[in-house]
Design a protein around this ligand. Structure first.
Ligand code: FAD
Length: 296
């Protein structure tokens, strides 16, 4: 099928884009990489009267690595972020997650910000943004505003963004020294959306675990972060009971069944993935701490 008719707008600046979005209100949709929006339009699951194509807007295609965050502009493609060695060095979890997003052709066109704005519970990057306590930068007719990830995701494909607002960038928070991360997921075929997935971060200080948290893919309505620190306790990584942490994950998630997997299967799967991801993250945290000691 082809999309229902729409008016096409190609603004050259953020101000122009916001002006169009303000004028058309709920009848408008931002078009970024189009990898989620175009299939939705083709299937006529949405029929916006106006498409605001932001691909020609200047200044939105940069990745900035700062001390506190990795800032990703609205036109940075998944593939660009995946290839950025600077972003990887600052926050390895980004590349660990991005390799699971669809296929390379889709990552070449789809944007990381579009994935956040789309808020699909099966998306990898919303989970990473939540785990890193990231921030969404948006601009609307009332000016710019920053929305913490915790208040942005409201449900499947639902966010705190108003129809007249454009996301200009997202900031993934950098994690404390001594943190190791891992991203694991399982899908029916490589590149498919995950049946279940997990992003895990474990922080080790002075030889003991001081933080262990995770967020999930395809098993919660919106990205949600679970702190398993109290379950694991302040123990050396080798003594950590990741099986108990996995039990806490199973109790926390709220998966739904569909044609790909039952709710029970997803719950079982995300628990096992979490057990492994926490273990991997803890190993990386230990290795990072050893490397830092060797350099000192
Ligand atoms: P678009 O499709 O252009 O837009 C998506 C939505 O976000 C629209 O509602 C749009 O209005 C809104 N939007 C986009 N940018 C902005 C902005 N700057 N401000 C405000 N609103 C905005 N994704 C995954 O995470 N994991 C997967 O495994 C995965 N598999 C896929 C497999 C296939 C076959 C396909 C076609 C897509 C898959 N995707 C997957 C989706 C892909 O990652 C998309 O790139 C991403 O979800 C949306 O980015 P986009 O730039 O294409 O956004």
């Amino acid at each position: 099928m082809k999309p229902a008719p729409f008016a096409y707008h190609a603004p050259r600046s953020v101000a122009e884009a916001v002006a169009v979005l303000t004028e058309v209100g709920h009848d408008g949709k931002v078009l970024a990489g189009g990898q989620s929006l175009i299939p939705i339009l083709n299937m006529r699951l949405a029929r916006p009267g106006h498409l605001v194509d932001v691909n020609r807007v200047a200044g939105l295609d940069t990745i900035d690595v700062g001390g506190e965050a990795v800032r990703v502009g609205a036109l940075v493609r998944h593939a660009g972020l995946e290839r950025s060695d600077e972003a990887y060095a600052a926050l390895p979890l980004l590349r660990q997650a991005l390799v699971h997003v669809a296929h390379p052709a889709i990552r070449n066109r789809g944007t990381t910000v579009g994935s956040v704005a789309h808020a699909d519970p099966a998306g990898e990057l919303p989970a990473v943004l939540a785990l890193t306590e990231g921030v969404i930068e948006a601009v609307g007719p009332r000016g710019p505003r920053e929305i913490p990830a915790a208040g942005f995701f409201r449900g499947p494909l639902e966010t705190a963004l108003a129809p007249d607002e454009l996301v200009t960038a997202v900031r993934f928070g950098r994690l404390p020294a001594g943190t190791g991360t891992a991203f694991l997921e399982s899908s029916r075929r490589r590149g498919d959306y995950a049946v279940a997935g997990v992003a895990a971060a474990v922080t080790v200080r002075d030889g003991v675990i001081v933080a262990a948290r995770a967020s999930f893919v395809s098993v919660t309505d919106a990205p949600a972060v679970l702190d398993v620190g109290p379950v694991v306790g302040r123990v050396p990584p080798v003594a950590a009971d990741w099986t108990a942490a996995a039990e806490a994950v199973r109790a926390f998630v709220a998966p739904e069944g569909d044609i790909h997997a039952s709710a029970d299967y997803r719950r079982m799967l995300v628990g096992e993935l979490s057990r492994r991801a926490f273990g991997e993250a803890a190993d990386r945290a230990t290795a990072a701490a050893q490397a830092a000691r060797a350099m000192a």
